[in-house]
Design a protein around this ligand. Structure first.
Ligand SMILES: C[S@@+](CC[C@H](N)C(=O)[O-])C[C@H]1O[C@@H](n2cnc3c(N)ncnc32)[C@H](O)[C@@H]1O
Length: 262
């Protein structure tokens, strides 16, 4: 069992590996911070010149996973993507003159939060799994070095912890919109993003406390809560969904509280 908050359901064991002498002391510090044993492991967190990457071990393990906002799918979406016409933008209420203050309570690899920050929203992110949070922290740090991406990253503020606890003990201005994308037990298809999500599953398990998360989000958000689900999955157990935006493989269940106005 790796070091993690009690809400995360994982049995995966890992260790940190330095990819060169220059990274040895940082790797050791990370290993201690994450409380990762150095012996038997199902995955390694490799720290090297390209940053931090997660490599599963075993004969059929897929290639390494890292968070990269500068290249790959995030960059493609940033440069070619649909701007404020994207469904996620509509789901959180982006419209002319409206860029809501969003809390992404299930940050994961930060892809959705990056899209919202790119569209101009200030996004607070919470991730409870320390290994995922370490990958995301590393991706955010590297992206800050890119002058084009840095302004987007400056709108993203990550906190490691359990969003249920943090939302229930919230102090200060509440977020207008809370975005929730819990893990859902289903078979993945083969696109890159889905492959990455399927690599997270052995670590984070299925988020079986999603209805408690929804309850806390509904108490805290001032304007709406948005839950991302696989298109055909049932809604998270709880109050009735207000309305739904449906895409090819995902769906957004929207729980409105107040309308967002310019
Ligand atoms: C499906 S992934 C989210 C993917 C994310 N939307 C993205 O674009 O990369 C779900 C993540 O939510 C995290 N999570 C689930 N419940 C949480 C909670 N109560 N507090 C914080 N993080 C949570 C899991 O650890 C996992 O990393």
């Amino acid at each position: 069992m790796i070091g993690c908050d009690e809400g995360a359901h994982t049995q995966a064991r890992g260790r940190v590996q330095s990819m060169g002498p220059a990274f040895a002391s940082a790797a050791l510090a990370l290993s201690e911070a994450l409380n990762l044993p150095s012996s038997e492991a199902d995955f390694v967190l490799q720290l090297g010149p390209e940053g931090l990457q997660l490599q599963e071990l075993g004969p059929h393990a897929p290639g390494p996973l890292s968070v990269d906002f500068v290249h790959g799918p995030s960059a493609h979406r940033r440069l070619q993507g649909g701007g404020s016409g994207q469904m996620i933008a509509k789901a959180v209420g982006i419209q002319p003159g409206v860029r809501p203050d969003v809390l992404d309570a299930t940050a994961g690899l930060g892809r959705d939060a990056f899209v919202l920050a790119q569209l101009g929203c200030n996004v607070r992110l919470i991730e409870r799994h320390p290994v995922i949070a370490a990958l995301l922290t590393d991706g955010l740090q590297r992206a800050r070095l890119d002058p084009d991406v840095r302004p987007i990253i400056e709108r993203m503020h990550l906190q490691t912890g359990d969003a249920i606890q943090l939302m229930n003990a919230w102090e200060g201005d509440p977020p207008q919109v809370i975005y929730v994308d819990p893990m859902f037990p289903h078979r993945e298809k083969s696109s890159l993003v889905k492959k990455e999500m399927s690599m997270l599953r052995p670590l984070v398990g299925d988020d079986l406390d999603a209805s408690t998360l929804l309850e806390a989000a509904l108490k805290l958000a001032t304007h709406r809560v948005v839950v991302k689900r696989p298109r055909k999955a049932p809604s998270v157990f709880g109050p009735k969904v207000g309305y739904v935006l449906e895409g090819k493989s995902s769906r957004f269940d929207i729980y409105p509280k107040r309308s967002l106005k310019p």
